[in-house]
Design a protein. Structure first.
Length: 296
């Protein structure tokens, strides 16, 4: 699967980010805790060089807790402040303002020494499409200020959002990059809904995801689909072939049969993606700091 999705408005967004950097004190990068590398735009480091950075690991309620702990340590070791969050439920969002002020403590002291103690802090919020950026901002602000939908590409223009007397956020559209060099990055983004489903072969995507879960989280599949055991992977069997057999097993158990007693694997793939994205199968992380390839 060669997954590419780069709407024209993302080129405009990239220019806008570069132009607005001079107006902000720090950058907050929101990542999906399930795919912290795949949900990082590689252009952001170059675009925001020199600005203090806060990394928000969002959707921690859907990620493997031990993996989240490792990722938080990974980013802190590289000099970033880290905040763990579940924006939809609100967990972690109340700590945002304090985390920003701690990140900018030296700058705030310098302002105070110049008699500018009340100066407003401005933070740019960055993230790929559908990573929960607008939901996070709404929770931090305590009101609905940004449009949210459970699909990519909703926020299309910049918006300043006041949080309190001393803090403003710049909401920006989600920005992807023109080409995914690593196939696993495109797959991870597709699993989590960061690219539109209508450009994908959902059945093939479901095979890849099933194969990964069968290898790394077999207990979640046996429990979620009430399977006594999983089919064993055969020697030399690729992800699509193995994942297809897992889709068949789960679909048969769910009763998704079509004429001739065959399993409707396309329907099962759609159900799998829906349940994975909704957190109904369990808590999964698809890449780790020492093994960033992900669920290819």
């Amino acid at each position: 699967m060669n997954i590419q999705w780069y709407p024209g408005h993302m080129t405009k967004t990239r220019r806008m980010i570069a132009e607005q950097l001079k107006n902000v004190d720090a950058v907050c990068e929101i990542l999906d805790a399930r795919i912290p590398v795949s949900s990082r735009n590689p252009d952001v480091d170059q675009l925001t060089a020199g600005k203090p950075r806060l990394v928000v690991l969002n959707r921690v309620d859907q990620a493997d807790p031990e993996a989240t702990r490792r990722w938080a340590a990974y980013f802190r070791a590289r000099g970033y402040a880290v905040l763990e969050s579940n924006a939809k439920g609100g967990a972690g969002t109340a700590k945002f303002a304090a985390a920003v002020r701690e990140l900018l403590a030296d700058k705030l002291r310098a302002y105070a020494e110049k008699g500018q103690a009340g100066r407003i802090i401005r933070v740019m919020i960055l993230g790929i499409p559908n990573v929960g950026k607008s939901t996070f901002i709404n929770k931090v602000a305590g009101r609905k200020t940004a449009r949210t939908e459970d699909r990519p590409g909703v926020t299309r223009s910049k918006q300043w959002v006041p949080i309190d007397k001393g803090l403003e956020l710049l909401d920006t559209p989600g920005i992807l990059w023109p080409k995914f060099e690593d196939q696993s990055v495109g797959l991870n983004l597709a699993y989590t809904g960061a690219v539109k489903d209508d450009i994908l072969d959902v059945e093939t995507l479901g095979c890849h995801l099933m194969a990964y879960l069968g290898e790394r989280y077999p207990g979640a599949l046996t429990a979620g689909y009430k399977l006594p055991s999983l089919p064993q992977r055969e020697e030399g069997e690729n992800n699509i072939a193995y994942g297809y057999r897992l889709l068949e097993a789960a679909g048969r158990k769910r009763g998704f049969l079509i004429s001739g007693g065959e399993v409707d694997t396309e329907r099962m793939a759609k159900i799998l993606l829906d349940e994975f994205r909704g957190g109904r199968l369990g808590r999964f992380t698809l890449e780790l700091p020492d093994q960033k390839g992900g669920a290819a």
